[in-house]
Design a protein around this ligand. Structure first.
Ligand code: ZN
Length: 264
């Protein structure tokens, strides 16, 4: 069966009254976001930092009940207005993954899709959020797809981004999120060399003992979320269609005739 036990990490992008056109599914309205946070609160959930998820994955911390980790990729400026006050209201924490070379600019990597650019947090805003208890991680320097770039550039994206963020913000950066969810073996080696503790991928499911900390599983929260689909993602780490596809694949694997197993 799909790996649905363990801590769920929710993946958000922008929270805005203008969720966009072609990229619409990546954003939520402030009302949608607020009602999800209310539902977490009403169902007795607390938020835990990624460092605790890593301890669970390494087996040094027991699996917590009703705990979830919140992550925001790209570092949109709307976090100041639409997210931070709601998190503070419920006593929740979160991690924002910043694109080091684009801080204070906009999501230029999405320009080809044609939606208007979205402003990103400035250095001052990021520092302000860090002082308020928001954790900041790296989402590379330029948001390029990492598996397709040369080794020297890759070093800059992984080691360089950590250095820039730590120098500019005076904080320790321990967590990484792969741009576009894409990574390869070179990324894994460089993340370890750089001293990161974890990296968030775009793989669905929960994070329990034995999960690779450099391939943490996350649930993408989209504009299409209903109360029911949100509850399903919290429980399984999958969307309903993703869950069905993953279950069928697992079932097919399990029922494969004996001689076929172990051939790959
Ligand atoms: Zn991103």
């Amino acid at each position: 069966m799909p790996e649905s036990r363990g801590v769920k990490i929710l993946m958000y992008h922008w929270i805005s009254g203008d969720p966009g056109q072609r990229l619409r599914q990546w954003g939520l309205t402030p009302d949608q976001f607020r009602s999800q946070m209310r539902s977490l609160h009403e169902n007795g959930y607390r938020t835990i930092p990624l460092g605790e998820v890593v301890e669970v994955a390494r087996g040094t911390r027991p699996l917590p009940q009703r705990a979830v980790s919140l992550t925001f990729d790209d570092g949109y400026r709307d976090f100041m207005q639409e997210v931070a006050p709601v998190l503070e209201e419920y006593g929740f924490s979160a991690t924002i993954f910043l694109v080091a070379d684009r801080v204070g600019e906009s999501n230029t990597w999405d320009a080809r899709h044609g939606d208007p650019p979205r402003p990103l947090l400035s250095w001052k805003e990021a520092a302000d959020l860090a002082a308020r208890g928001i954790e900041l991680g790296s989402h590379s320097r330029t948001h390029r797809p990492l598996p397709s770039i040369p080794q020297l550039d890759l070093r800059e994206e992984i080691l360089g981004s950590k250095q820039i963020l730590e120098d500019r913000l005076g904080i320790r950066v321990s967590h990484f999120s792969y741009p576009h969810g894409l990574f390869d073996d070179r990324c894994l080696a460089l993340l370890r060399e750089a001293g990161y503790e974890s990296a968030c991928a775009d793989i669905r499911g929960g994070n329990g003992e034995g999960t690779d900390p450099f391939q943490l599983r996350r649930s993408l929260i989209t504009c299409h979320e209903t109360q029911w689909s949100f509850a399903f993602k919290l429980r399984t780490g999958f969307g309903m269609r993703e869950w069905a596809a993953s279950s069928l694949a697992a079932l097919a694997g399990q029922t494969a005739p004996e001689p076929l197993r172990g051939m790959s």
